[in-house]
Design a protein around this ligand. Structure first.
Ligand code: AMP
Ligand code: GLY
Length: 419
């Protein structure tokens, strides 16, 4: 089988390495992939948002199955376009991807179907939003409606910060049209849990839970990033919480999407907060998380491609999905300065015995040398019987992967271990 994976980050590297385990796979293409993925797939210089070029490539190369990993192409309808030429895909169509593509949509969906989430108001005019903020409870959270490279959310600890966020999003249009509407919502507190799930719209199978570490600095300080590391499973996701989530959040969500004529097939990601009043939805993503995927897939015992194809065929209910016991930890090695400005072009050295544990996110190949090219450069993942061992092992391997300007957090997993 010829497989095509759309995207080019650490998440896609992890997906590709897992798909390769299936013996019926003859070729994997990554569009665009990156310099590190090039060791595991044929990288093709087509951007993840260039849907006409993606469709052309699939047709000309006889692609049998496509995995559309990032949010942008999903929200733009990449799956619809590929299905139109008969290429089966893993990922939701445009109508279903709106669950991530519009926060106004997802909040209204949750309200209509009684799915627990933060209370909220929607605004289409900055004046009305600023007026509301004069008396709104603080802290509060301001969210751009549309996609914003993961940067559209401001957790405002003061009234001024909330008002600044409204002005940036709605008046200065920092995120373009994504900011034509905003959601202002109640500030929630509690540990965060990420749960990725496979769903074909009828059946939903949660994967092992995980915890992201979004802030740049140790102790969860500093600016938000795309994620500086992950662990799985997440100790705050107890069996009781899992049962509540299944009954009150997971099943109601896929049923709601179906009832709205937006049946979701693919990976539905639940960003949850375990509050004193129980688990609540912070956000939905219509795709695998990055770097959650890097800790979740190594714990998947079942064959990934088989599960994905069952999702596409609407037969997930007949497909066993098993995870191994044990734990995983992924430490992200970034460029010093990220998420602000950073230098690039530094050579990356990865010892041979660590290579199988590294997912490359931001690197290019030049004359056979792997050079840094992004803020998040790579992730080093270890699996072990316990979380403590996985964390220790991930850090001991991470220390052996070197490049100039290397930066990492040193406390990935600490909150999970301390309880
Ligand atoms: P997002 O970009 O949607 O992943 O949100 C970024 C982060 O903002 C989340 O991981 C949470 O830590 C935080 N956040 C989002 N919504 C809320 C909320 N209602 N209350 C408190 N924190 C929130
Ligand atoms: N790690 C969070 C995300 O992928 O959105």
């Amino acid at each position: 089988m010829k497989i095509m994976v759309i995207g080019g980050g650490g998440r896609e590297h992890a997906i590709i390495r897992k798909i390769r385990e299936n013996p019926s796979v003859s070729e994997i293409y990554a569009l665009p992939g990156n310099g590190g993925i090039a060791g595991d797939a044929k990288c093709v210089d087509i951007g993840a948002k260039d849907i006409p070029a993606i469709v052309r490539f699939a047709r000309e190369n006889g692609i049998d199955y496509a995995v559309v990993a990032p949010d942008d192409p999903l929200v733009l309808g990449c799956v619809d376009a590929l299905e139109e030429i008969g290429v089966p895909c893993f990922g939701p169509n445009r109508k279903a991807a709106i669950i991530e593509g519009s926060k106004v949509f997802s909040k209204n969906l949750m309200k209509k179907y009684g799915i627990p989430t933060a209370r909220y108001e929607v605004f289409e005019e900055p004046a009305a939003a600023l007026d509301y903020l004069k008396t709104a409870p603080i802290p509060t959270v301001v969210k751009a409606d549309g996609l914003a490279l993961g940067k559209g959310v401001t957790v405002a600890m003061t009234r001024e910060a909330a008002m600044d966020a409204v002005r940036e999003i709605m008046e200065e249009r920092k995120f373009g049209d994504s900011g034509s509407r905003i959601v202002i919502e109640e500030y929630l507190e509690g540990p965060e849990v990420s749960v990725l799930s496979f769903t074909d719209g009828e059946t939903i199978v949660p994967m092992v839970s995980s915890m992201d570490h979004k802030r740049a600095l140790d102790g969860d300080r500093g600016p938000n990033t795309g994620g500086m590391g992950t662990i799985a499973p997440n100790p705050f996701y107890t069996e009781e919480v899992a049962r509540t989530c299944m009954d009150r959040i997971f099943l109601p969500t896929i049923r709601a999407m179906k009832a709205e004529g937006r049946t979701f097939r693919g990976c539905l990601y639940f960003g949850l907060m375990i509050t004193r009043d129980g688990p609540k939805v912070i956000e939905y993503n219509c795709r695998f998380g990055d770097p959650e995927t890097q800790v979740v897939l190594p714990l998947l015992e079942s064959d990934l491609l088989t599960v994905m194809q069952a999702v596409t065929a609407g037969k997930l209910g007949e497909c066993p999905v098993r995870f191994r016991n044990g734990a995983a930890c992924c430490v992200i090695l970034a460029s010093e300065g990220y998420p602000g400005a950073y230098g690039k072009g530094y050579e990356i050295t990865i010892p041979e015995k660590v290579r199988g544990h590294v997912d490359i996110a931001g690197a290019v190949l030049r004359d056979g040398r792997l050079l840094t090219s992004g803020g998040r450069v790579l992730g080093v993942t270890a699996t072990a019987d316990t979380l403590e061992e996985a964390v220790r092992e991930a850090y001991s391997m991470a220390e052996t992967v070197t490049f100039e300007n290397r930066y990492m957090r040193h406390d990935i997993g600490r909150r999970a271990l301390n309880g």
